[in-house]
Design a protein around this ligand. Structure first.
Ligand SMILES: Cc1cc2nc3c(=O)[nH]c(=O)nc-3n(C[C@H](O)[C@H](O)[C@H](O)COP(=O)(O)OP(=O)(O)OC[C@H]3O[C@@H](n4cnc5c(N)ncnc54)[C@H](O)[C@@H]3O)c2cc1C
Length: 464
């Protein structure tokens, strides 16, 4: 008689059902929703999806997975762009999106404690009446847990830092189910290895983040936005470099190249702008400080060929502009109906930004790619969206080839293969090239020490 031996994952599923009930789902549609993120990878199904609600549930489930050597893939909102959440070896997709508690807000110390499923929009809504805000703002509806795990940033990083600078401490469930706390509430500490920074950017490969203590910032007395357009990409980039070198504390300085501006004008119905390379800026401070910053930036941009410097202090106009900026990804996709987009993510030292951006745009043109660029240029970070026809059998592979070229150029200019999206599956090939064999071996040792059975989001970050 043939007997089929039970799979280890079945033992996890039946034990987890006892404390999760129907929050442990085998439903095909739910599994499909957890098979990939907002990326261009091939989906891979988890065996089950667990909708956890407490640290204790996470700990019990991860302990079971450890015992049975079953993969666990933490899942926030699934907006990541490098194949981070694909359960490439099956197992449990651990969905943290229902852990949405804002547990503490300490106005005097300007910090808060949140659960990982809270989005930055939800947190800012919660804080709005308290004179504080959280500034790290990716252009997606992602969770703070996902942001910690991918070391995310956004348009305000140039002034307020990335998530790395804004996390004070974490609660983490380790790969064997133990729960630890890292960091603390003080603004500085010289107290041993910095475990918080180890887990920030670890992409679910070292543990599950179940609580996050964040720094908050005071809402500035005055805010104003400005838009300035350029006939050349170089003029916009040189302006950015000079603004940064002069030390003007801009809150945001974002570039849309001519193609992206054309797409955004059409998609977001922006009126009064030409399809030219454009800088979107924002200034925070006192009324006088904001005016002074804007005047200094206007002078720099004018000297670099910027025209039509327009102020927008009306909150509604400002909101429309920044919504258009945040929607630029969708504007880029909509610019070629029926096509898809591969989003690249390179960051270079700011002095090399002209070479990186102009070179990448030129090369894409020579190779016949349709692309559009959006950049957090104050940080030297930009995304060149490579559009491709999904019906063209070579389309995606050609887009990947362009991605590799952009990364190679960035690395040769002293940059990094990812400014903010992370490694996932998509950027694994560049890690060794960027860090070297020995540094990669140290990273692998850390992984082996914290996750000896290799159950935490296996296949990500490293090739095996
Ligand atoms: C339109 C659009 C615009 C974007 N703009 C930006 C941008 O400006 N800046 C930017 O940085 N990114 C941007 N992104 C990428 C994406 O939003 C970020 O990477 C985000 O941080 C992912 O969060 P998430 O909740 O969706 O995480 P997921 O995609 O669910 O997961 C991402 C990774 O984090 C891990 N993870 C998730 N939660 C936890 C947890 N609690 N504990 C441990 N590991 C966990 C997962 O295993 C996975 O490896 C954009 C994406 C889109 C689609």
């Amino acid at each position: 008689m043939n007997t089929i031996s039970p799979r280890p994952v079945d033992a996890v599923i039946s034990a987890a059902r006892e404390f999760l009930g129907d929050r442990l789902s085998l439903n095909a549609t739910i599994r499909e929703q957890h098979a990939k993120g907002e990326d261009n990878t091939t989906p891979t199904l988890p065996d089950a999806v667990a909708f956890v609600e407490t640290t204790e549930e996470v700990s019990r489930l991860v302990k079971l997975c450890h015992q049975h050597e079953v993969p666990v893939v933490p899942f926030g909102a699934g907006t990541s762009l490098e194949g981070h959440v694909n359960p490439v070896r099956g197992g449990i997709s651990l969905d943290l999106s229902r852990m949405t508690g804002v547990l503490e807000v300490n106005a005097d110390d300007m910090d808060c404690l949140v659960e990982p499923g809270v989005t930055r929009q939800q947190l800012n809504e919660y804080l709005r009446d308290q004179g504080m805000f959280f500034p790290v703002d990716p252009g997606s509806h992602c969770t703070l847990g996902g942001m910690v795990a991918t070391r995310a940033s956004g348009t305000c990083a140039v002034r307020y830092g990335t998530i790395r600078e804004n996390v004070l401490g974490l609660e983490v469930v380790l790969a064997d189910g133990r729960v630890i706390e890292t960091g603390g509430r003080t603004r500085k500490a010289a107290n041993g290895y910095d475990l918080t920074r180890l887990f920030v950017g670890s992409e679910g490969t070292l543990g599950v983040v179940t609580k996050i203590r964040l720094r908050l910032h005071g809402i500035p007395e005055a805010t104003s936005a400005a838009v300035v357009q350029f006939a050349s990409l170089e003029g916009a980039v040189r302006s950015t470099i000079e603004v940064m070198q002069t030390g003007i504390p801009v809150a945001r300085i974002e570039l849309l190249d001519d193609d992206m501006m054309a797409a955004s004008i059409a998609y977001s119905k922006l009126e009064g702008y030409a399809p030219l390379t454009t800088l979107f800026l924002e200034f925070h401070g006192s009324e006088a400080g904001v005016k002074e910053q804007a005047e200094a930036v206007e002078a720099i941009t004018a000297a670099n060929g910027g025209t039509g410097f327009q102020w927008a202090s009306d909150p509604a106009v400002r909101a429309k502009l920044w919504k258009a900026r945040h929607d630029s990804y969708w504007a880029g996709v909509a610019s070629k109906p029926g096509w898809k987009a591969l989003t690249t993510d390179v960051c270079v030292p700011i002095s090399r930004l002209v070479e990186a951006l102009v070179g990448a745009k030129q090369e894409a043109k020579e190779l016949g790619h349709a692309t559009c660029i959006v950049g957090h240029v104050g940080d030297g970070n930009f995304h060149q969206m490579v559009l491709y026809d999904p019906n063209d059998p070579q389309g995606l592979e050609r887009a990947w080839d362009m991605d590799r070229r952009i990364v190679s150029r960035g690395l040769s200019l002293g940059g990094t293969c990812s400014g903010e999206h992370g490694i996932g599956l998509g950027k694994r090939e560049f890690l060794e090239r960027e860090h070297g064999v020995e540094a990669l071996a140290v990273m692998r040792s850390l992984k082996a020490a914290l996750d000896p059975k290799g159950i935490m989001n296996p296949g990500k970050m490293f090739r095996n």
